[in-house]
Ligand binder design. Structure first.
Ligand SMILES: [Zn+2]
Length: 701
């Protein structure tokens, strides 16, 4: 992914890389925060235009040969302080924010003009209207959770847990209550959709938070326990009980965390693939009634399923066997309130924000209600909203141009594979075969999702959320035993992001990521190829990064490399890991090169491909200097400007643990330093920071 954190199935919203030094600049430019009179935001009728090469964003006093990122983004960093409700602020985030305001307009119309709506407009309009009805949400208070809390309180028998949990997994956004389940393509037979059981159960962003002993991690755990305590008090528990219950939750989560794989371990597809049957799973974790669970959650575990983390399930089983019923009830009560707090009345919303966003991420203010509602409509009814968005913004001409660019990048990859001096002909043949099978998906799906079986009422926001989650659970469950739908998208059309899916072997570029300033139909080619060409190349290279290369063209986890070539590849990947591991993220925290290497390899490979495609595209053209930049310089400034970003130190710390992307400054400079084409474009001399000796260059693809 170019920007976001991603799991195998779930794409988290609004997080991306980070910046080291620039937050100092941002702090300066924001001080003193003389509370400007900000006019209230309004829906946008049109998306604002920013050129794909923005000269006003540059800092021409910086030497590009030492710091390309500063040269391309320096003024942007000064002029774009982080808004108080954001954890970071960057070019992608700004475009997302504009997009959100534009979608707000679409939703506002659909909510207000109720005559002559299409069925999908009714759904997005009424979902939005119910979400915006904060009087009703405040009045409801905790009552939407009453039934679930009563069922937990009534749990008198551990055997009954499986049915209760299955039901909650199906319709509550759980964040992994005890564990996660879902549907995935079988990693070793990508034609099959199978059930999966994954680790979960943690309220902090990663298992590392529970086990690390540095002062900051210890502090996070203390604050977390205080947060849990306050939530229990909101549910009506006296302080001593709430404190004891919070300690219980922490003890249980810590045990689960210790048995969970690290973020780096999870990048190894073999470590998260364990084909089991219902019988073998029941043997592995006998304290939990799996048949009852699958029935309740609506998943068919036949003919087999993937148990991604057996060690976790064994520990979960031990906890279930040993812990008392009151302990299990306490834990369930916590997970259900933690997962649903954002959809409840303000005491719960505020407590959730205070810990998860303010303390953990440094965000000063909660987002206004309309932003949350737009985000949730996009999450729950993405295709209904997406078709409205695409009809208004993504013209056939834009589709044609970006499809063409995607093909050119693919051609560059084919040529590149042919040129590799370290790869044997056998592996090259296999690599080209994989490339030929990659599906390019650009803009939006050919078929929009059918939401007709989902009922959305204008009167009840919370019910709409659970109905939508249940609809999605059932939609996923229905895939088991059916042929894989190769046309399916994992992101909605308005999303400002892109991804590669190894099991599908496809690259996906939603319309939202193909808008100015990322892709600018009015601009010359150089910055467009540097930016969006690089993004396309980045996603394509994911099929051939240290994780993606382990899958073949049919999406199967299968080793198609000769042993010798695999070793050579690993050596090259290690060069990247070593380079990035030297970069600092914040304070004394360095990049974990083993976590970010897939993204770093994709960044470098992507830009090389974009460069080749641009050379090819413009070979018959006479290119002129513009804005005091040569065409080659425009390519690299265009490239760097996708990443302009200001970040909060708190957020950087979390990302250091969970984000597989390096911070933006390093994503840009780390690529430039490995491209002699860059040094040539700016006539950089030996001795400059972004010039390596030829023998030290890292090059994978
Ligand atoms: Zn990526």
């Amino acid at each position: 992914m170019r920007k976001l954190i991603y799991g195998t199935l779930v794409v988290l919203a609004a997080t991306s890389p980070f910046v080291l030094a620039p937050f100092v600049l941002a702090a300066e430019s924001m001080a003193p925060p003389a509370r400007m009179q900000v006019t209230p935001e309004k829906p946008l009728k049109e998306l604002p235009y920013t050129p794909s090469l923005d000269v006003s964003a540059m800092d021409r006093s910086a030497d590009p040969c030492d710091d390309l990122y500063q040269f391309a983004c320096g003024s942007w960093l000064k002029n774009n302080p982080i808004p108080p409700d954001q954890q970071r602020w960057d070019v992608y985030g700004k475009l997302s924010a504009d997009n959100q305001r534009y979608l707000w307009g679409i939703l506002d119309d659909a909510a207000k003009n109720i005559a002559n709506r299409t069925p999908t407009q009714q759904k997005i309009g009424d979902y939005f209207a119910a979400c915006m009805d904060t009087d009703a949400v405040e009045k409801a208070g905790i009552s939407p959770l009453k039934e679930d809390l009563a069922r937990i309180a009534d749990l008198r028998d551990k055997k009954a847990l499986a049915t209760v949990l299955g039901d909650m997994h199906q319709r509550v956004i759980t964040g992994g209550m005890l564990f996660n389940s879902g549907v995935q393509q079988d990693a070793k037979d990508a034609t099959k959709q199978i059930a999966s059981v994954d680790a979960g159960g943690l309220g902090l962003p990663d298992r590392d938070y529970y086990v690390k002993t540095d002062a900051k991690s210890v502090e996070v755990r203390e604050k977390y326990v205080e947060h849990i305590t306050r939530m229990f008090m909101l549910l009506g528990e006296p302080t001593p009980t709430a404190k004891a219950d919070a300690a219980t939750v922490m003890r249980l989560e810590t045990a689960l965390a210790k048995a969970s794989l690290t973020a780096v371990e999870k990048r190894d597809p073999y470590k998260v693939y364990h084909r089991e049957t219902l019988a073998s799973l029941s043997k592995m974790a006998p304290a939990f009634s799996w048949p009852a669970y699958f029935k309740s959650v609506g998943l068919n575990p036949q003919p087999w399923l993937n148990v991604s983390q057996p060690a976790f399930l064994k520990e979960m089983n031990a906890r279930l066997a040993q812990e008392s019923l009151p302990t299990i009830r306490t834990y369930l009560r916590w997970t259900v309130i933690a997962a649903t707090a954002p959809y409840l009345s303000s005491p719960y919303v505020n407590e959730s924000f205070a810990f998860n966003r303010k303390y953990m991420r440094g965000v000063e203010e909660d987002r206004p209600r309309w932003k949350k509602c737009v985000t949730w409509v996009d999450r729950d009814l993405g295709d209904a909203l997406g078709r409205e968005y695409v009809a208004r913004t993504f013209t056939p001409d834009m589709k044609e141009k970006t499809v063409k660019m995607t093909r050119q990048i693919e051609d560059a990859m084919r040529a590149r594979i042919g040129q590799l001096d370290w790869m044997s002909p056998d592996t090259k043949t296999q690599a080209v075969a994989k490339l030929e099978k990659i599906r390019n998906k650009v803009g939006y799906p050919d078929l929009w999702r059918d939401y007709s079986s989902l009922t959305i009422e204008r009167s009840d926001f919370f019910d709409n959320v659970t109905a939508a989650v249940r609809f999605e659970s059932l939609r996923q469950a229905a895939k088991i035993g059916k042929p894989v739908d190769r046309g399916e998208w994992g992101m909605s059309a308005p999303t400002v992001n892109a991804y590669y899916d190894a099991s599908m072997n496809d690259v996906n570029f939603p319309a939202g990521v193909l808008m100015p300033p990322l892709y600018d139909a009015k601009s010359d080619d150089a910055p467009n190829y540097g930016d969006t060409g690089g993004t396309i190349g980045h996603e394509l290279t994911h099929g051939f990064d240290d994780e993606g290369r382990q899958y073949d063209g049919d999406g199967n986890l299968r080793d198609w490399w000769t042993k010798d070539d695999a070793e050579k590849f690993e050596k090259r990947a290690q060069c990247i890991r070593d380079q990035y591991s030297q970069y600092t993220i914040v304070d004394d925290v360095k990049i974990n090169g083993a976590l970010t290497s897939g993204e770093d390899i994709a960044d470098l490979g992507g830009e090389l491909l974009a460069w080749m495609a641009w050379q090819d595209q413009t070979k018959a053209m006479r290119l002129a200097e513009r804005d005091g930049l040569t065409p080659s310089q425009r390519f690299f400034v265009g490239f760097a400007q996708w990443a302009c970003s200001n970040d909060r130190p708190e957020s950087l710390r979390v990302n250091a643990v969970v984000d597989p992307h390096s911070p933006p400054r390093h994503r840009i400079n780390g690529v430039a330093v490995n491209m002699p084409e860059f040094a040539q474009a700016f006539s950089c001399k030996v001795g400059a920071k972004l010039v390596k000796k030829p023998e030290d260059l890292c090059k994978v693809w």
